[in-house]
Design a protein. Structure first.
Length: 130
């Protein structure tokens, strides 16, 4: 077994595709429009769905925002350098909500950015191979 995708409901599909593609550097893998069911999907990721987990962005016609609730935490992305990733996100118009630094009580370097719908994305700095 393996994780295939995580679905995020979004208020503007094109805006979300632009964020994940242009700010986070993901590829738009494919889209599906289901007008009869009143929703559209876009799958984005860093690689093919056959080999890695991706994000499914779901736009329900006529719904511009969602209450994110208290149960969802974040999506985590590994990066080689969290501070450089924050700088790149900021330069591309993204929002950094926590600058790169060690996690509370640990030494792993993390940062957080936020997508246009308010979802948090944790950037986890890859540890050097020992």
């Amino acid at each position: 077994m393996r994780i295939l995708h995580t679905m995020l409901r979004v208020g503007d599909l094109e805006r979300s595709i632009a964020f994940y593609r242009d700010v986070m550097g993901m590829q738009l893998l494919h889209t599906t429009d289901r007008p009869e069911q009143r929703y559209s999907l876009a799958f984005v990721g860093y690689g093919d769905e056959a080999t890695g987990a991706v994000l499914e962005l779901t736009y329900n016609y006529g719904v511009e925002s969602y209450d994110l609730g208290g149960g969802f935490g974040h999506v985590a992305v590994e990066v080689p350098d969290a501070a450089a990733a924050c700088a790149a996100v900021r330069a591309r118009g993204g929002t950094v909500t926590r600058e790169a630094g060690p996690v509370k009580g640990g030494s792993t370097v993390i940062a957080f950015v936020q997508d246009p719908d308010g979802y948090k994305i944790e950037l986890i700095e890859r540890r050097p191979a020992s």
